[in-house]
Design a protein around this ligand. Structure first.
Ligand SMILES: Nc1ncnc2c1ncn2[C@@H]1O[C@H](COP(=O)(O)OP(=O)(O)OP(=O)(O)O)[C@@H](O)[C@H]1O
Length: 593
């Protein structure tokens, strides 16, 4: 690993000195100029329509940058949510003569509810299943718009849609839409640095690890989906007021694909990318209009341009340029000293921190874990060993809630956690690392560890906010010797250092019990020595560790107590040296002469 020692005097930290609004002042100045230009420049009707379309579409595409870019969930029904907002304003103002504002808010609420319901019923599905469900929802909404003629006027659409009294002229309404775009853009841009935004990014990068560090994965996904839907609804409401006419063909599946293409083209991970993609997909057809005289040529060139951009810039145009400047920006972040990490594990229960009774996990007919008892004493290191396939990782997965136990009971510090989902177990004080490292790869080391520190119930963070979070994460990174590299992306760290970051992420959460799944796997001998030193320092602060490892030197030196599994059953348990000399262990695990 060769990590710098934990005595390194300096550690990098994100500057949070200036108040947020002051730091973002240039954004608001730029937005104010854009609104002023939209309100005062003289546009002809054609340009005004293009600008109105680009502005409202961009808000809907911002929704995709939340659900797809931040949270990694596909949504092929954004045009349906856009349509719900548009019809709420259209029908409300034209047929029922309601206030525009009431209809706009109503449309957002309808889209929000539809998004939340759709999300709640489908987000346990992943990947292509989710895509199919969103397509079906999109088709249902389109069919309702076409066929419920008594309500929607069917294919004829809704005309004479009203605008607010304050923005009656097309120009002033455009300025209002630009202001809304700037506001929504700011919220979406800032979202990724909030607790919810970090949770979304963690879910996108590694759903399993996100659950284990304390994030409620399902709730995070539903929130992202609902937020995306509400932005779709808002955009649709603004669009209806801008064009005074809506019809079902404007909100079809094809439009959802256009929204998706806009977000992918510009760079789905950022609202700036979404705005670039929207602008380009609206402008390219206008620029290529002169080609329409040759049948097919226009569409061929349009399609080819989009394919080329996506092929050579898979993260979109903004993602491409952003990546180029990322390393430079992380290198220029300011540095601040970090205090020494304090581990203050809770001590609610008695002498036994983890009490596992009769734990079983069957995969069909295979008894991977079969009636295992483990009692982990408070303080010190307890090892769980056994030959390959003996059930060690399965035991850890059942303990951390990734697998549901077939039978048995798990008590953590006196609390029964047997039926809790992973994030609740983390909140109860369980921390873990993985055999195959599971870090959030699009984030820096510091961001990864901040997410760990953020675990619900971490008494060391409390209401301390972002500064306390950063401080805690810096302390944990410095503790494992990587404080000076806090702002580097995960991809720039060696395998051994990534293991240390995973341990720092777990430590930042101040767990009651730390589960380490083969932390020495893939490390060379000097890295193993450093790991051993680290384990000693962790145990020295009173944190209890349950470790799985195949390295018998590490296990015998670090652990005071060992439990041995073979074919899913416990074959020995007790003080380390006695267990390692036990004849059953020698024959089953270490082999006989
Ligand atoms: N998700 C799963 N579905 C079916 N069988 C599984 C699953 N996970 C593990 N197993 C099986 O359960 C048994 C125990 O596997 P496990 O990974 O827990 O062993 P282990 O002791 O951790 O092994 P290793 O030291 O090689 O990591 C093995 O036979 C494995 O094939």
């Amino acid at each position: 690993m060769s990590a710098p020692s934990d005595n390194m005097p300096i550690a990098a930290a994100v500057p949070r000195g200036k108040p947020l609004l002051l730091r973002h002042l240039p954004y608001f100045v730029g937005a104010a100029i854009a609104v002023a230009l939209a309100a005062t420049m003289r546009f002809d009707g054609y340009i005004l329509n293009i600008l109105m379309e680009a502005t409202t579409f961009a808000i809907a595409v911002f929704g995709l940058s939340v659900v797809l870019g931040l949270c990694g969930q596909i949504n092929l029904a954004q045009a349906a949510f856009f349509g719900l907002g548009a019809y709420a304003v259209g029908l409300g103002t034209a047929d029922y003569h309601l206030s525009y504002w009431l209809c706009l808010v109503g449309g957002c609420i309808v889209a929000l509810l539809a998004g939340a319901l759709l999300g709640m019923s489908t987000l346990r599905l992943g990947g292509h299943y989710l895509a199919m469900v969103t397509i079906s929802f999109q088709q249902i909404v389109t069919l309702v718009m076409i066929n419920t003629i008594w309500l929607t006027h069917g294919p004829d659409g809704v005309s004479n849609i009203g605008r607010p009294a304050l923005f009656q002229s097309a120009q002033s309404y455009l300025a209002f839409c630009v202001a809304m775009l700037a506001l929504v853009g700011y919220i979406v841009w800032h979202l990724s640095d909030t607790r919810l935004g970090r949770a979304m990014r963690a879910v996108r990068d590694n759903e399993l690890a996100a659950g284990v560090v304390g994030i409620d994965v399902f709730r995070t996904k539903v929130s992202a989906f609902a937020l995306s839907a509400v932005l779709g609804g808002l955009a649709g409401g603004l669009f209806a007021g801008g064009f005074a006419y809506v019809s079902p063909d404007q909100f079809s599946f094809a439009e959802s694909v256009v929204f998706l293409t806009m977000s992918l083209l510009g760079g789905v991970a950022s609202p700036i990318g979404s705005a670039i993609g929207t602008g380009l997909l609206i402008l390219i057809p206008e620029w290529l209009r002169f080609l329409k005289s040759v049948p097919g040529l226009y569409l061929a060139i349009y399609g080819l341009s989009v394919i080329l951009i996506i092929r050579y810039m898979p993260d979109g145009i903004w993602g491409f340029f952003n990546f180029a400047t990322e390393r430079w920006r992380s290198a220029t972040k300011t540095k601040a000293a970090a205090a020494t990490l304090q581990l203050k594990p809770a001590t609610v229960g008695g002498d036994i921190v983890l009490d596992v009774k009769g734990l079983s996990k069957y995969f069909g007919g295979l008894k991977a874990v079969d009636g295992v008892d483990i009692a982990v004493r408070r303080g010190g290191v307890h090892a769980l060993i056994g030959p390959n396939g003996s059930g060690k990782t399965t035991t850890l997965n059942v303990l951390s809630g990734l697998y549901k136990a077939t039978s048995g009971k798990i008590l953590l510090d006196g609390t029964d956690i047997t039926n809790m989902p992973p994030h609740q177990r983390t909140a109860a004080g369980l921390g873990r690392t993985f055999q195959n490292i599971r870090l959030f790869r699009s984030m820096t080391a510091l961001e990864n560890v901040e997410i760990g520190a953020e675990r619900p119930g971490n008494p060391l963070i409390g209401a301390g906010g972002d500064d306390a979070l950063t401080e805690r994460a810096m302390e944990a990174l410095t503790f494992v010797g990587l404080g000076a590299r806090a702002n580097e992306l995960i991809s720039s760290f060696s395998y051994g250092h990534q293991r240390l970051i995973e341990i720092a992420r777990a430590l930042a959460a101040n767990p009651t019990l730390l589960l380490l799944d083969e932390p020495a796997a893939g490390l060379n001998s000097s890295e193993k020595l450093e790991l051993h030193e680290l384990l000693k320092r962790i145990a020295g602060q009173g944190l209890t560790i349950l470790i799985i490892d195949h390295d018998m030197t590490l296990v015998s030196e670090a652990a005071q107590h060992i439990t041995v599994l073979n074919f899913g059953r416990r074959i020995a348990d007790g003080e380390s040296m006695a267990v390692l000399r036990h004849p059953d262990v020698v024959s089953a695990y270490l082999g006989t002469e």
